[in-house]
Every structure is written in C-alpha cells, then in structure tokens.
Design a protein around this ligand. Structure first.
Ligand code: BGC
Length: 470
C-alpha cells in the first residue's frame, strides 16, 4: 500500500510571503487560458459550422485540433522547462496564446482555423506542463496544495468564462469575438510572467546559487533562506539523474512515473470532458427539450465545477490528497453508475432529464474535489528536481493524448453502444482508478518537495534490501 506517513509540517523558515500569492495569481492565468481555449469551442462551433459549411469530420477536427496541439506542447514543454527555465517557457507560452487567439479569430478558411487551433493548443500543452511546476517550486510547503490547485481553479473559471462569452456573443453569431477575446488574458499573463522571477529550485539546479538566494529572500520575505537552499542542494546531490529522457525509466523514478501517467490517463478516461465539451448534447439526449435550457444547465455544471474546486483548495492541505482523491472518485463511480442505469431503464423524458442534471452536477463536483486538482498537484510535486519538468511533461502528454481519444470517441460510443453502456464504461474505469489511487498514490501533504523525493528514495532502498536481485 502507498506510503501514507506524514512528515514534519511546514517550518518557520519556509513561510511564504504575499509575493508568492501574487506570483501564483499571475502564473495561474495560464490555467485560465487553458480552460477558456478548450471550453470556448462548444458555443462557437455552431456558427463556424454555418459560416464555413463544415462536415461532421471537419467539425471534429476543429474541436480536437487544440487537443492535438496540447499533446505536442506537453511533449516538448517539460524538457524545455528543464533546459530553459520555467519562466522563459511561460513567456513563450503567453506569446503563443496571444498569437493563436488572434489567428483563430481572423482565420479566413477552415484549414487556417485548424492550423491556428493546433498552434494555440501548443500553448495549452506548454502551460499545463509549466504552470503547476512553477507554482509548486515557489510555494511554501504548508500552502503548496492550494497554491498549485489555483491552476485547476483557473482552468474551471476559464471554462465558465468561455461558456458565458459564447452566450454573450451568440446573438450576433460572433464566433470570431469568442475566439479572439482570449488575447486579453494572454497579454496580462505575459506581462505578469515578465516581471516574475525564475523558480529558486530551477536556478539552484543550474548552479545559479546567488540569484536563487535573492529570489528566495524576495518570495519568502526572510533574510535567512540558507536552510531551504541547503535542503535543495542536498536533495540534488542525491539525485543520480542527469535530465535525459532515459532517466524516466530509472528504477528510483519508475514508481512516481507510474503514479503520474496512471492518474493522467484515469483523469480523462473517467469521462470528464464528455461532460465539459458535450453536456448540452447529453442533456438533450436525456429529454431536455429546449437548447437554451440545456445550455443554461451546462453553465450550472461549470459553476459547480468552480465551487467544488474552491472547496478542494480549502481541504487539500488539511485533509490531504489521498482522502479527497478516494472520496471524490467514489462520488464519480456512484453518479456515473446512476446515470448509466437511468439511461437504461428510462426513455428520454423530463424525469430522466432531471436525473441527468443531478448526476452530471454530482459527477463534476466529485471530479472537482479529486482527480481534477489533485492530478495536476501531484505531478508537480512527486518527481525529483533534475527531471521534474520532463516527468511532469510526460504525464501531461498522456493526459492530453487520453483527452483526445476520449473526445474523439465519445459520440461514436454513444451511437454504437448507447448512452447507458458508455457511462457504465466510464464508471468501470472509475472503479479501476479508485483501486489505483488506493494502492499506489502517496500522501504528500505538508512535506517539502525535498522530503517527498527522499521518501521515494527510501522506498527504493527498502525494496532493494528486501529483494537485492530485483
Ligand atoms: C482537466 C481538463 C478538464 C478540466 C475540467 C482539468 O483538470 O485536465 O481536461 O477539462 O479539468 O475542469
């Protein structure tokens, strides 16, 4: 079973200052853009389809282009962050977000729109690999859970803002406005990152101890930050990794890699984006007669997502990661199960429509206190510093790849298997993910990143002693 012991909580010398919170707010704008740019297409698509006369396949490509780009961005994003630094990569990310938004809004033809959306996707992939790592490396340990979860909160807020923007511009069929407005937060994000410092951990990793010292003094508002610097250096000295791809397969890293990739896949194959991208369609299939009623209920689902993420942020440093994860996935199993069975025993009706609304809200609420924030949090804290970007990027790549597969197959699955079996399939994946979390995911609450690294190493040593030839 996973190591659940909790190490020494925060130390006085690691208390954060207000600066950390400001830094976290700006950096998490990358999450807002991720949520906005993935969520906005649901409402814009109707008008894009009308203007360009898209076929269903072209429609699917427009929707999933951004996911393809994000997968590519995640592949390169982690390695780039280790090589060039978290901050520099985030500056480039902001530029791609801005250019991608304007290019999509101005696209004169479907191919140009698809190319722009793939380009924009690169920024989403880069943000998803770098923002959580940036946040985890500047946060003090006692507040790291909620600071990194700001990223997920920003994603959920971005989704709701996208839904509302779609709603606001629907009257004038303004899809170009819907896509283009994302340039505004991109500018704020880029400006913020320009003034924010590189993370002290990346600087120490590159031997820039003086600069790291200055940054730590600034973000902790303490004159003596030597203890933290020494801890980071000592932890680095114990890491045999050199930052190459092959390091990911190193025995000591493998268990953490399995946890990250496993959670990445489970976060998606339990079906969250079938709801985020297709909720109006699900509700209409259940018997919602009016399209606007379905859209309104979808906005409700988005708001529940934001609200429960805030509750998760409040609980994550108190209750810990594992209890939230296990409780939330249990909720996902129950709500998906009820939804699947209701579609089986009832024909589309007003009653089924209401059951669907309640189940979708309960499902999203359960996701929002578990796999939503905790996946991004854990993959930013469980890897050794030398390969943190690379390993986080690998997990993010699996996440985007799985998202792409689920989004591309959902409508076909509903057509071939029916809504009931499709949701029961996601429920069965949720059962597997509960078992995965129960047996393999460690508790990281209150530990410094260096203590977390040390606990993987200790486990590795124990295993080696137990079976020296394995
Ligand atoms: C997931 C996204 C999802 C979002 C919904 C994120 O954690 O990675 O795929 O759309 O949560 O809130």
């Amino acid at each position: 079973m996973a190591d659940k012991q909790i190490a020494t909580p925060s130390k006085a010398h690691l208390r954060g200052s207000r600066f950390v919170y400001i830094a976290a707010l700006f950096a998490s704008l990358g999450g807002l853009l991720f949520g906005y740019d993935t969520g906005v297409i649901s409402g814009a698509l109707i008008f894009i389809k009308r203007e360009f006369g898209l076929t269903t396949t072209a429609e699917e490509i427009v929707v999933s282009g951004v996911l393809l780009g994000a997968t590519m961005g995640a592949i390169v994003g982690g390695k780039a962050a280790d090589l060039f630094g978290r901050r520099r990569v985030l500056l480039v990310t902001a530029a791609i977000f801005g250019i991608g938004a304007l290019a999509s809004a101005a696209a004169p033809s479907p191919p140009m729109l698809i190319v722009s959306r793939v380009f924009l996707g690169l920024a989403i992939g880069l943000a998803s690999t770098n923002v959580p790592v940036y946040l985890s490396e500047v946060a003090p340990p006692h507040a790291r859970g909620w600071i990194v979860s700001l990223f997920q909160l920003a994603v959920t807020v971005g989704i709701v803002v996208a839904y509302l923007t779609d709603y606001a511009f629907a009257g004038v069929e303004g899809w170009r406005w819907m896509l283009g407005l994302a340039v505004a937060p991109a500018i704020v994000f880029g400006t913020g990152m320009f003034f924010l410092p590189e993370t002290p951990r990346w600087l120490i990793r590159g031997g820039q101890h003086e600069v790291a010292h200055g940054v730590l003094v600034r973000i902790r508002q303490l004159t003596d930050v030597n203890v933290e610097i020494e801890e980071i250096k000592a932890s680095l000295a114990q890491q045999p990794e050199s930052g190459r791809w092959t390091d990911l397969l190193h025995r000591q890293v493998r268990p953490a890699l399995v946890v990250g990739i496993g959670l990445a896949i489970f976060q998606q194959i339990t079906g969250i984006n079938t709801v985020i991208y297709y909720a109006p369609k699900i509700l209409q299939a259940a018997g919602f007669n009016s399209a606007s009623g379905a859209i309104l209920a979808t906005a409700g689902v988005g708001i529940v997502n934001v609200g429960m993420t805030i509750i998760a942020m409040f609980l994550v440093d108190r209750a810990g990661r594992r209890p939230l994860l296990l409780a939330g996935i249990t909720g996902m199993i129950v709500t998906l199960g009820v939804l699947g069975l209701s579609f089986r025993i009832s024909n589309p009706s007003e009653q089924l429509a209401w059951i669907a609304v309640i189940c979708l809200m309960g499902y999203v609420a359960s996701f929002a206190i578990s796999l939503g924030p905790i996946f991004w949090l854990l993959i930013a804290e469980i890897y050794p510093l030398r390969i943190r970007g690379l390993a986080e990027g690998t997990a993010a790549t699996f996440n985007w790849g799985s998202n792409l597969i689920v989004s591309l197959t959902f409508l076909t699955l509903v057509e071939k298997l029916g809504a009931s079996s499709t949701f029961l399939l996601y429920a069965s994946f949720s059962v597997t993910s509960w078992l995965f979390a129960y047996y393999l995911v460690p508790e990281t609450k209150g530990r410094t990143l260096e203590e977390i690294e040390a606990s993987w190493r200790a486990r590795h040593r124990v295993r080696q002693t137990a079976s020296p030839i394995s």
